[in-house]
Write a protein of this length. Structure first.
Length: 121
């Protein structure tokens, strides 16, 4: 067996034996995340908080350290589902190219842009 179905079956076997984990970092002043059961509450600098009901198969955990950015960890046995939930969370505040504020994956490299030039005439 090879191709798509081999990969799907392999992802299922790895998911049941090891599981999948995605870590995201909330970069920004005052950015917070809280988990209450399957309800994820995000404070991302908007005038309101964002509430997201997580699927039953996805477990979430937040690590908050002093003087550090909150790290959101998503775990599941379903690779597709955990990736889809992570993409949905990232879509609430994508990293911007100037200061890098937003929700980014751990280990992701961002393309940064230079700001305004002082010598522009």
């Amino acid at each position: 067996m090879h191709g798509l179905y081999r990969a799907l079956i392999n992802n299922m076997v790895v998911g049941v034996s090891k599981g999948y984990e995605i870590k995201q970092e909330l970069v920004g002043v005052g950015f917070k995340a809280e988990v209450d059961g399957q309800l994820l509450k995000l404070s991302l600098g908007y005038s309101h908080d964002i509430f997201l009901m997580l699927p039953a198969e996805v477990m979430a955990e937040v690590q908050q350290e002093k003087k550090g950015n909150p790290i959101l960890t998503l775990q599941s046995i379903d690779k597709q589902l955990v990736g889809q939930v992570a993409a949905k969370i990232r879509s609430f505040r994508k990293p911007e190219p100037y200061k890098g504020k937003g929700i980014k994956f751990i280990g992701e490299t961002l393309r940064r842009k230079a700001g305004k030039s002082a010598n522009a005439k």
